[in-house]
Design a protein around this ligand. Structure first.
Ligand code: NAD
Length: 536
């Protein structure tokens, strides 16, 4: 096995540092221009012949920063035909060559483009500088470097005594093309989903979210500069259904690599199921979907670590992480100790413009999300089972801002403990100290999702038994830390149940989905006999 790359430390952006001055300039430049964003097919930027969609800054809703030109049906078909043409040559490249290209991508980001990519992610996604850094710089660089290492390791995974038996596993790419579909909220996810199948020798048609097109186009430029041959990854913007109508109907669909909501993933799977007879292969379907991350605090929990974990995981990036904590179960004695401090800390969180580095939060992604979350806040306010302890308001005068909101309910079956809102809303249920075991059963059953969770306790026995009881409640389980955040390469991420296929993006297991191994057995002394001994 090859050695592990070192993880990239995120920069801290201390006040008035050169880092802050430099990135502020780029943020300003990117924010005050309307970027023309469109297709990249066969290495060339092509203006989409379809509708033109204006995209606005989430935190300054009157200011347009992008115009996305959507492709015509003909352009989507051309992209598909072209990628299939390129697939034969690309499939012949060695893993070493491909890993070298993607290692170059990581180097280019680390040494040349990280400020640009971080600033683009802050501007388009309304991220604070630290959220931008861990997403579009340190996390992304690590994800690409570790995947390159894993691809080389996979090649070395051969049958036992393969030299003696002359049996070799040839890690072929899938036959056809991979359709990568990415969400608005993580540039790292965009990079992993577009590049991992290509690293394994596949051609990719990548459809990012319209609101994440700015970092997507920058990534495409970086892939090209690193030497990725034209047409291996093609960028097709769109809402989704119009692109799927063409791509899912093609017999060469080899796989779907999706991250986004459970509803859309189910729809895609259904469509593939309906067309199953028409494909040359059974398409690989990989999806990382919704979440309802939880924290459970035993009476032995460290109070201050718990407060930090609750606040960071519920409100950083406005709660728009699939891993966000949106429900917490806190034992009565802990709650009595932390309640006032927790509410005061939440009330003091600043939110607003992303170029003011003092702000803890930016805006939610767009008007649709704002309208949906405002409606959720209205229904919470009208619910007699719920008490609002902090926040609860929405304000869209300048941008799409939702206050960090803390609510409490005595009913652990209230819908606030099961629905994914994808916003800065944290629901708390307080339980008697001696009912800890019962609450584990409730957590396990309440939500359809099983992505992230955290156990806060200073008692080893309690931790062990909680891990046991919550075995299927989360694909990523944390002890005495928040459920958000994954150290790329070392912390494979994904969940099961309604949270997806749990193929762990950013891991060796994840890459294995994009190869279809062929066994090659070479025999130099095969027998000339026909009958076996007992037949003589
Ligand atoms: P979404 O499902 O609305 O969109 C995701 C992507 O699917 C977008 O690119 C969208 O344009 C596309 N899409 C929609 N309909 C389509 C169709 N018929 N064919 C092809 N593409 C289609 O999700 P979102 O709002 O962008 O992201 C938020 C969701 O993503 C949340 O549910 C969150 O939990 C989830 N998410 C999960 C993970 C994870 O690792 N589990 C990570 C990030 C986000």
């Amino acid at each position: 096995m090859t050695s592990y790359p070192a993880n990239t430390a995120p920069r801290t952006f201390s006040p008035n540092s050169a880092e802050v001055i430099e990135i502020s300039k780029i943020i300003e430049k990117l924010s005050n221009k309307v970027h023309d964003l469109s297709l990249v097919v066969n290495g060339k930027k092509v203006t989409g012949a379809g509708n033109k969609i204006p995209v606005f800054l989430p935190h300054r809703k009157a200011d347009q920063y992008a115009l996305v030109s959507l492709p015509s049906e003909k352009q989507i078909r051309e992209a598909l035909e072209n990628s299939l043409k390129v697939s034969t040559e690309w499939a012949k490249t060695s893993t070493t060559e491909r890993a070298a290209i993607f290692n170059k991508v990581a180097d280019l980001i680390e040494f040349k483009y990280k400020d640009l990519l971080v600033a683009a992610t802050m501007v388009g996604q309304s991220k604070t500088v630290f959220q931008g850094e861990i997403d579009a710089a340190s996390g992304l660089i690590d994800a690409i470097r570790f995947n390159s290492k894993f691809a080389l390791d996979i090649e070395q995974m051969q049958p036992p005594d393969s030299e003696v038996t002359n049996i070799v596993l040839d890690y072929r790419p899938l036959e056809g093309f991979v359709y990568a579909i990415t969400p608005f909220n993580f540039t790292t996810t965009s990079a992993i989903l577009s590049s991992a199948p290509a690293l394994m020798g596949n051609v990719v048609i990548w459809k990012p979210s319209i609101t994440a097109m700015l970092p997507a186009q920058i990534l495409m430029d970086i892939y090209q500069e690193a030497g990725l041959p034209d047409g291996v990854i093609n960028l097709i913007p769109g809402y989704g259904p119009e692109v799927s109508e063409i791509l899912l109907a093609d017999e060469n669909l080899a796989g779907i690599y999706f991250t986004g909501s459970t509803k859309v993933f189910r729809q895609l799977w259904r469509e593939v199921g309906n067309k199953l007879d028409s494909y040359r292969n059974f398409p690989r379907i990989v999806g990382e979907t919704g979440g309802k991350g939880f924290i459970v605090a035993h009476s032995s929990a460290d109070r201050d670590r718990l407060i930090s974990g609750l606040i960071r995981s519920a409100y950083e990036y406005q709660g728009q992480k699939c891993s966000a904590c949106s429900r917490a179960y806190i034992s009565r004695s802990v709650w009595d100790d932390i309640k006032d401090k927790l509410a005061a800390e939440i009330n003091s969180l600043k939110y607003g413009q992303i170029d003011n580095f003092k702000n803890f939060m930016g805006a939610v992604i767009d008007q649709t999300s704002y309208t949906r979350l405002s409606e959720v806040l209205r229904s919470i306010a009208a619910d007699p089972e719920i008490e609002i302890l902090a926040g609860g308001k929405a304000n869209d005068e300048i941008g799409y801002f939702i206050e960090p909101t803390l609510i409490v309910s005595n009913n652990p079956n209230n819908k606030v403990f099961s629905n994914e809102y994808f916003g800065p809303i944290l629901a708390i249920h307080v339980f008697p100290d001696d009912k800890y075991e019962d609450i584990l059963g409730i957590i396990e059953q309440t939500s359809p999702y099983a992505l992230t969770g955290s156990i806060f306790s200073e008692n080893e026995v309690v931790i062990e038994s909680s891990l046991d009881k919550l075995r299927n409640a989360a694909g990523s389980m944390n002890v005495n830390d928040k459920p958000t955040g994954a150290v790329m390469g070392k912390h494979p991420f994904g969940g099961s149940r309604a949270s997806g296929t749990n193929d762990k993006a950013g891991s060796l297991q994840g890459l294995l989905r994009w190869t279809s191994p062929r066994v090659i057995r070479t025999v130099s002394n095969s027998t000339t006999d026909i009958l076996h001994l007992h037949q003589l």
